[in-house]
Design a protein. Structure first.
Length: 417
């Protein structure tokens, strides 16, 4: 970044910044670490660490301990530091593959998620005891359902296998525990089990962005958008460069009616990951609220170009045309999605939102029923979406949730006191 330490400190609301650089020559590493006072811009402490690329976790431990010893009030828990080592790898090539996969996860497109799965599998081939790679492979498999790559029951079955393998190596891995919590919520519809697993994950690492994002989804499911915003902000403070966490916070504040915050963090998410389909969709929702049809169309056409035929973006463009009065174009896009749904996985919530925005509520409810049958995550979390509000007030839609035994749990905020 070209920003000064003082500018970064103001942006992150912190008085201290840890800055580092890595020099690599063959297997040899030299890591330069500085602790900077963001108010004055002065370097309070600096040290160089040297080793090889097979000493990554030893170097990490040395850096954490040295920084902690030179910052007032920081106590390093050696036991926790040793626990975290269980999840890593000493294989530099496996580590590099996993880091590349993590970067792709942030893009949240069909192509990036598919490629991330391949890279995590390659990392595991190089180190069969790489717990974090298994855990993140599980998260990525789960995400493959969200981007219309795999049906939920297939995606989450693969995710569960990866989480269980991770926990054989590291029984308290927070990523795997939170991933199992998502399965409890989405596939098993067991919110008590999900909450218990999330509590265990948070106790292990309260700043893990994967755990925080799934906890936010839990609060989204039960309609508690205030707690959703609170935990998402914790995630932003921990990882300010996570497009996904910014988008989670944007949605929470949209539900809370705080549109300035929603728009600000939605735009941050898009600046960090321009092809992120959820962020593109949310941006179109915000723009359509203000009848900014041309701006929405331009955004969505670019989104389709960057991530070809992504069904969420196609649906968002169709709804844009419908609200704009260009109904022939809207029907054409809906027809295309319905045709594609016969030979590829198109999430049912995409079609449900499309029909609902067009006020064809009977057809929308039919697709909400498909969400239920398929165990789509949207069945648990989509009931606050503005384009579905009228549908979720209908008795036929409520009946689907009563049949699942979820109505009182998920719809507390809708049930009259």
């Amino acid at each position: 970044t070209e920003k000064s330490p003082t500018e970064i400190g103001k942006e992150l609301n912190t008085g201290t910044l840890i800055q580092g650089s890595i020099q690599k020559a063959g297997p040899q590493l030299k890591i330069n670490v500085q602790v900077i006072d963001t108010t004055s811009g002065e370097i309070n402490w600096a040290k160089n660490f040297e080793g090889t690329d097979t000493d990554l976790f030893t170097l990490q431990s040395q850096i954490v301990k040295s920084v902690g010893e030179n910052l007032d009030g920081i106590v390093i828990d050696e036991a926790k530091l040793n626990e975290l080592k269980k999840s890593g790898t000493t294989n530099p090539e496996a580590y590099d593959l996993a880091q590349r996969a993590k970067s792709l996860m942030d893009e949240r497109s069909k192509n990036s998620i598919a490629r991330a799965i391949e890279l995590f599998e390659q990392a595991i081939d190089l180190d069969a005891d790489y717990a974090d790679a298994y855990a993140l492979l599980g998260i990525t498999h789960a995400d493959s359902s969200s981007v219309s790559i795999a049906y939920p029951k297939v995606a989450f079955s693969k995710a569960k296998s990866a989480y269980e393998k991770c926990l054989e190596i590291d029984p308290f891995n927070p990523i795997a525990l939170s991933g199992l919590a998502e399965i409890a919520m989405v596939i098993e519809w067991d919110l008590n089990k999900a909450n218990h697993l999330l509590d265990r994950a948070i106790k292990r690492n309260s700043n893990d962005p994967n755990t925080i994002s799934i906890y936010a989804a839990f609060y989204m499911a039960i309609g508690d958008s205030k707690k959703m915003a609170t935990i998402a902000m914790r995630g932003i403070e921990s990882d300010p460069k996570s497009a996904f966490i910014h988008q989670v916070y944007a949605v929470a504040e949209y539900f809370n009616g705080k549109m300035d915050k929603a728009e600000k963090h939605n735009l941050i998410a898009l600046s960090l990951s321009p092809t992120f389909q959820w962020a593109i969709h949310e941006r179109s929702v915000i723009l359509l609220d203000s009848d900014k049809f041309q701006e929405a169309e331009k955004l969505l056409l670019q989104g389709i170009k960057d991530d070809p035929d992504n069904p969420v973006t196609v649906m968002s463009l169709g709804v844009t045309y419908w609200k704009w009065g260009k109904k022939e174009k809207a029907y054409k896009l809906l027809s295309d999605l319905l045709h594609r749904s016969h030979y590829e996985f198109i999430k049912a919530d995409i079609i449900a939102r499309f029909y609902s925005a067009m006020e064809e509520h009977d057809k929308a409810i039919e697709w909400v029923g498909k969400m239920k049958e398929r165990n789509e995550k949207a069945f648990m979390v989509m009931h606050q979406h503005p384009w579905l509000n009228e549908v979720y007030e209908l008795k036929e839609c409520k009946a689907l949730y009563k049949e699942a035994g979820l109505y009182e749990t998920l719809f507390q905020y809708r049930i009259p006191k």
